[in-house]
Design a protein around this ligand. Structure first.
Ligand code: AMP
Length: 249
């Protein structure tokens, strides 16, 4: 079984974000970029399936600038076998990402595609669902556990009413939730080995996909500043303030 994993280069979740003065977006100068955390979980799951003998090859794919090679090398150091970078400058909307991934799926013919449930920069949570629709494949979104049974893939999803198990026939699309696993740390020897693994590059034009934006961002603004808290002298004062000022009790 062949697995394809989509990994996005995003601003690191620990970075302090500054909005550009003209409100056109965020200032990415000097920001640290990392692999999207949900995609790290997706790679880890594919590597675990390979270690369990269920998967024979893991192809990792990213759509982004040349620097996304670092993201792909990270995924290769975790255990991916080879990588594909679709080089694009600037933001690409989920529908265009899904179309690019469909083109890669059509040439690579994987049995399983694993994505993160969402990219932490745009918080869209759309790509996996759109890819499944474009391919006409079943999807198991927000997966918190996977199990193969009688040739089908059981996906456990944490939903409001409890744990839902859906059974999918392969080929299928999975989107990974954080609880699916805890990604491994990459060791230095594996980082060195990853440098020698194959990394192919292609472009949207070669894949025949138009990545022009369909929507326009009107404005980006920072969240309102929170008011500083105050210290109260006693429990009685706290209760009085909660009752009379905040009116929450
Ligand atoms: P989104 O729909 O943007 O929240 O992204 C959901 C998932 O789609 C991510 O966790 C990635 O696995 C995948 N994805 C989105 N954008 C890209 C990209 N530019 N390159 C590779 N994978 C992506």
């Amino acid at each position: 079984m062949k697995a394809l994993v989509a990994v996005k280069r995003v601003v690191d979740y620990n970075a302090t974000i500054l909005v550009k003065a003209d409100g056109s977006g965020i200032d990415t100068n000097n920001l640290k970029f990392s692999i999207n955390p949900f995609d790290e979980v997706a790679v880890e799951e594919a590597v675990r399936l390979k270690e369990a003998g269920m998967v024979s090859e893991i192809v990792v794919v990213s759509i982004g600038p040349a620097q996304a090679q670092d993201t792909l090398r990270n995924a290769l150091a975790m255990g991916g076998d080879r990588a594909i970078l679709v080089t694009v400058d600037g933001d690409v909307e989920p529908l265009a990402v899904a179309k690019l991934l469909r083109a890669v799926v059509e040439s690579e013919k994987p049995d399983l595609v694993i994505l993160g449930k969402q990219a932490i920069d745009g918080d869209c949570n759309q790509t996996g669902q759109m890819l499944a629709a474009l391919l006409g494949w079943p999807q198991g979104t927000f997966a918190s556990a996977l199990a193969f049974k009688d040739g089908e893939l059981n996906v456990i999803r944490e939903i409001d009413s409890g744990n839902e198990t859906v059974s999918l026939q392969l080929p299928a699309v999975i989107t990974a939730d954080l609880r699916l696993n805890t990604p491994r740390y990459v060791s230095l020897p594996n980082i060195m080995k990853a440098k020698k693994k194959p990394l192919a590059t292609t472009t949207p034009a070669t894949l025949g996909v138009d990545v022009a934006a369909r929507q326009r961002v009107l404005k980006v603004e920072p969240p309102a500043k929170r008011k500083a808290g105050i210290k109260v002298g006693s429990v009685a004062e706290l209760v009085a303030k909660l009752k009379n000022e905040a009116k929450v009790i």
